[in-house]
Structure formats: C-alpha cells, structure tokens
Ligand binder design. Structure first.
Ligand code: AHG
Ligand code: MN
Ligand code: MN
Length: 351
C-alpha cells in the first residue's frame, strides 16, 4: 500500500494559517506567495527537462547589466517570474538580477502593496552539468502612498523585508520561506504538483563543521581574509572565538563548495556551517548582490538562528545604493559568521 506523506500541508494552507493571525490582512500577501510557488513549479518542470527540450540549455549570447553571460534558462526563469508575480495587482514594482531597471507591474497601475526583488536562476553557470540551481526572492512593502512608487520604495534595507525565500531545484525541488515567524521548508510532490510541508521551523546549528568558499581565489583576497581561511582550516585563536565549542585545531572542518549560492546555503542551513564570498581583486565590493541574493538569505538565516555579515556588520542593516549593489557575504551558523566578522573587523582595510 502507498504510504501517505506524514504531512499534507501545502504552502497555500500554511500561508493562510499565517493570514488568520492577522485579521486585518487583505489576502494580498497570501496570493503573492501563491504566485511565487506557481512560478517555481513552472521553472522546476522546465529545469528538469532542460536536456530534452531544444533551446533550454546553453547561453543566449547576451550579457546582463553586470556583464555576466545570460543562460537560456536564466531568461526563461526571469520571464516566468515576471509573468506570474502580482497577477492580481498585489505588486507595484519588481526587480530582477537579469534586468538593469526595475519593472513596474502593469496589473496594479502602481497601486500594489508589495515590492519583489528576485534572482530568477541562481547558479546558472552550472545548469548544463545538471548541478542544483535555485531562485531567491525578497518581499518588501511599499512606503509611499502615492500612485507612483519611487526609489525610496525600492531601495529598502533587508531589515524592512516582510518575507524572503528560495527555491532549490535539486534532487527534489524545495521551497523555503520565512515571513518573520520561523523558516519553513516544503518539498514538491511531483505526482500532485504541490509543495508539501517537510521541514517545519528550521533552526541552523550555532556552529558548523563546513566552510564554503571558492578557494581558488586565495591569491585575489586580502591578507586578513587569507588569515580567516587559515584559521578555519588549522584552528582558531580561542581568545577571539565566539564559538562555544571552538576547536583548537582544524580537526573536523570540511570544505564544500558547489558554486550555486542557493545550494551551498541550503546545505549549510541544515547541517551548520558558513559560506564566504569575500571581496576579490576582480570584485572589490564582493560579487553577490545585496537585494536579490544576500538580504533575502540573511533574513532566512537570522530567522533560523544564524547570522549574515558583510565583514563589518549585519547584511540586514545595509541600505542599498542601487538595485544591483554588490556586497561581501559571510553567512551561516551564528557563531561562525560572527567570528569571521570579528576577525575582519580588527582590520577595516580587509574589506
Ligand atoms: P548567478 O548564477 O545568479 O549569477 O549567481 C552566481 C553566484 C552564486 O550562485 C555562486 O555562489 C557564485 O556566483 C559563484 O561564484 P564563483 O564562480 O566566483 O565562485
Ligand atoms: Mn545568483
Ligand atoms: Mn541568477
């Protein structure tokens, strides 16, 4: 006999439960999350058959605003999210990693309540090799009451986010989100086409044994970042440690780096560990984007008990200068990310 999954709660009913706690809620937020989960199912379906369908693998031959190669699946996922989000007028403005300028949602005539910024396909350079990729999104509320949204609505810090999440298209497809009361994970049941609650109230360990960084960039790091990595490997000076169980040598640390932020982040969230993308000579301000990558994952990690830093303070406190602003990122287990911040903070030039 087929076993019934232990939990049959869908994202839709989970968000509805949340909505019931706020009797004045209009349902706009619930329907926005439904739109995102629908778009995720469409992208998931096409990612899994990318090798079969013509025109889904490979590069488009174009570059995005950041000079990065746009893969065909980047473009596809971007169009799916643009089309699905805010169909019922909940969204006033959207920002995408793939588009230079924000997009005003035409369904809301500028009156929608929410701002959504997303990375439609993260880790896209891995697509052709069947490696896990993802989508990241952050949701803010508009501040202006006027019919026309402005820059101040868009450029809000992570601390003002009302929800954030990611989808990982891996061995199974998972949707992980937080609206400020816990981090919850749902796994797509392909048979019924629904995301079902599989990981309720995810909490990340205070310290972990995994560090994730592109170590080939060591020659392009500052001396201080090199020292952080040396101590992660060979052991830490205990006086500076914020780890409760700081090892005196590197025994037990492991390195894991997929090169898809969502996949590296997701593994470390569940197992404990820290992901680092320090400034390099190529990317002196860091490579990862504040609004569509770092801030949403920072909200998730903090709601799971972890921490995200740019090397001098919380990612959530940074006010974006523009939609595509980049930041250094140290994110994961709280003890580990704080330790790195402390190490780097002793030498501001490290950034
Ligand atoms: P994207 O595919 O959305 O452009 O993001 C790529 C990012 C991130 O997913 C990953 O962690 C990082 O770039 C990898 O960079 P390196 O190849 O420099 O290590
Ligand atoms: Mn990305
Ligand atoms: Mn991307």
């Amino acid at each position: 006999m087929t076993k019934i999954p232990k939990n049959l709660q869908t994202i839709e009913s989970h968000v509805l439960d949340l909505q019931r706690l706020h009797p004045s809620a209009s349902g706009d937020f619930t329907s926005l999350l439904n739109d995102i989960s629908f778009a995720a199912k469409v992208v998931s379906r096409d990612v899994t058959k990318a090798g079969l369908v013509e025109d889904l693998l490979g590069a488009t031959g174009q570059e995005n605003v950041q000079g990065e190669v746009i893969q065909k699946l980047d473009e596809f996922a971007n169009n799916v999210f643009l089309k699905c989000l805010g169909r019922r007028g909940q969204v006033c403005i959207m920002g995408s990693e793939e588009l230079a300028d924000p997009v005003f949602a035409d369904t809301s005539q500028g009156t929608g309540k929410y701002i959504v910024v997303f990375d439609p396909l993260d880790g896209s350079s891995n697509i052709d090799a069947n490696v896990s990729v993802g989508t990241i999104f952050g949701i803010w509320k508009r501040k202006s009451q006027l019919a026309h949204v402005n820059q101040d609505d868009l450029l809000q810090p992570g601390s003002e986010m009302v929800a954030a999440g990611y989808i990982i298209y891996g061995s199974s497809t998972m949707f992980v989100y937080t609206a400020g009361s816990g981090v919850h994970g749902f796994t797509l049941d392909p048979g019924i086409g629904e995301f079902l609650l599989s990981h309720e109230n995810i909490m990340t360990p205070f310290t972990g044994k995994i560090y994730s960084v592109n170590e080939a960039y060591e020659p392009r790091w500052s001396p201080r970042v090199r020292e952080v990595l040396r101590q992660l490997k060979y052991g830490r000076d205990s006086k500076k440690s914020t780890r409760r169980d700081a090892p005196t040598d590197g025994a037990g640390m492991s390195s894991r780096y997929i090169g898809s932020l969502v996949a590296d982040f997701h593994r470390n969230l569940l197992y404990g560990g820290v992901y680092l993308y320090p400034p390099t000579t190529e990317y002196p301000k860091g490579k990862l984007r504040l609004m569509c990558e770092a801030a949403p994952l920072a909200m998730i990690v903090e709601n799971a008990g972890g921490y995200a830093s740019d090397g001098s303070g919380s990612i959530l406190d940074i006010v974006p200068e523009d939609l595509h602003m980049r930041v250094p990122l140290y994110i994961g287990s709280r003890g580990d990310a704080l330790w790195i911040e402390k190490m780097l903070g002793e030498d501001p030039a490290a950034l």
